[in-house]
Ligand binder design. Structure first.
Ligand SMILES: NC(=O)c1ccc[n+]([C@@H]2O[C@H](COP(=O)([O-])OP(=O)(O)OC[C@H]3O[C@@H](n4cnc5c(N)ncnc54)[C@H](O)[C@@H]3O)[C@@H](O)[C@H]2O)c1
Length: 387
């Protein structure tokens, strides 16, 4: 069992991590849990991992499980409102702990529930995806999606504790592993280029077969990258906006694809961010900032881990552009109505700054041109860098 501390300005969050740690952490949980527990999860995680969590404490405390099918379509205000009613009807009080068990979605919905119930009850994260373990729980941002755009209703809320049990990751499908890798690639390109050597030479594409041996390094590097910017910007509103590299276009692709494919086969969050990074890198290259070499590096890293470099079928450029106008980073800069603020790199680890924000207003036709190229020409490009 290893304990890290996440340090964001004046906030310090304990993060315990290890394999099959649930049976051993009861004394630690006892420090935080006074009365009852509400577990927020999704149906997939509930079937796979709920038992190993509740068997630790079912003799000590009463608990209630709030669960929905997995997916972005349940990361909504109506799911959250339903959970609030269910929690109150069950008898939740000011000391009831909210424990979010799952990926970024139960984490975000659980975080909103904890922040809103009685104006704030204690909150524990138990991440079960690579993205949640190494990215979303290392943040104070909690949000659900509105009917219009992603992550637009929420609050900042600090968990009391994060419990990372690496053994939960063993049941993850490859798609979700790739999703976590994409966020890691993002952090490396945008914040921590010194991790490139490890990412290129040491992290093997089939690393999940020996996940326990790399998980610790993966997690430490992820925490270091996020802390580097959040140590002075806990709310991710200034220099830490860089963590959203690839997310402007990525979120739009994710939302459009989720609307088209309702059966759970839509693009993962990480892969959408990967595509968003490719768009940002090409835009930056086109307007004269990012070198050809660093642009190619974006493609090479995503291809190394088998991640997408083309838009999912059915996702149109028009639908993406439509959503770009509703991106949650609008407002930091006074963008013209035909421009969107994007995070661009001029070099690895070095964003282009405008009014001291890592954002640049980009005319829509430039983004449209790049997106159209990715629809129709990216296979030629892949061929070019493969050969
Ligand atoms: N700062 C932040 O708060 C922040 C940062 C990054 C991402 N996010 C949010 O997180 C979400 C993406 O995270 P995610 O990919 O973890 O989403 P998710 O919670 O939907 O999990 C992805 C899929 O993996 C399944 N799953 C989870 N754990 C599993 C396990 N151990 N074994 C098998 N299957 C498992 C889930 O059921 C789901 O189908 C997005 O909504 C994104 O906006 C938030």
């Amino acid at each position: 069992l290893e304990t890290f501390k996440l340090n964001f300005e004046d906030i310090s969050i304990p993060f315990v991590c290890g394999e099959k740690i649930f049976p051993t952490i009861l004394p630690l949980l006892k420090k935080h849990i006074k009365s009852k527990i509400i577990i927020v999860t999704d149906d997939t995680v509930k079937n796979l991992h709920l038992n190993s969590v509740v068997s630790t404490f079912e003799k000590s405390w009463s608990y209630k499980v709030l669960s929905s099918p997995a997916g972005e379509s349940y990361k909504t205000l109506s799911s959250l409102a339903n959970y609030i009613d269910l929690a109150l009807r069950w008898g939740a009080d000011r000391f009831t702990i909210i424990l979010a068990l799952g990926g970024g979605i139960p984490g975000n919905v659980g975080g909103c529930l904890a922040g809103l119930l009685f104006r704030g009850v204690p909150f524990i994260h138990v991440p079960t995806t690579l993205i949640s373990l190494a990215d979303s729980v290392i943040s104070l941002k909690q949000a659900v999606n509105s009917n219009v755009s992603k992550n637009t209703i929420g609050l900042y809320y600090t968990p009391k504790l994060i419990v990372g049990d690496i053994s939960f990751l063993e049941t993850l499908p490859n798609r979700e592993i790739k999703s976590g890798i994409c966020e890691f690639i993002k952090n490396t390109l945008a914040i921590a280029p010194h991790d490139l050597v490890w990412l290129k030479d040491s992290l093997l594409p089939n690393f999940r077969s020996s996940f326990s041996s790399v998980a610790n390094v993966f997690l430490k590097k992820s925490i270091a990258a996020k802390e580097k910017v959040m140590i002075s910007d806990k709310y991710e509103k200034k220099n830490a906006i860089i963590l959203e590299y690839g997310h402007t276009v990525g979120h739009a692709i994710e939302m459009v694809d989720a609307k088209i494919k309702k059966n759970g086969n839509s693009i993962s969050h990480g892969e959408a961010v990967g595509l968003g990074m490719l768009v940002a890198a090409q835009v930056s290259n086109q307007i004269g900032f990012l070198s050809e070499e660093n642009l190619n590096l974006h493609f090479q890293l995503l291809l190394k881990f088998g991640c997408r470099t083309r838009l999912p079928q059915g996702v149109t450029v028009d639908a993406i552009i439509d959503l770009l106008f509703k991106d949650n980073k609008r407002g930091y800069l006074s963008a013209h109505k035909n421009e969107i603020p994007m995070i661009l790199l001029k070099n690895l680890g070095e964003p282009v700054l405008e009014s001291s924000y890592p954002l640049t207003c980009i005319p829509i036709p430039i983004v449209r041109h790049v997106l159209e190229k990715m629809l129709y020409k990216s296979s030629e490009f892949i061929h070019a860098i493969d050969s």
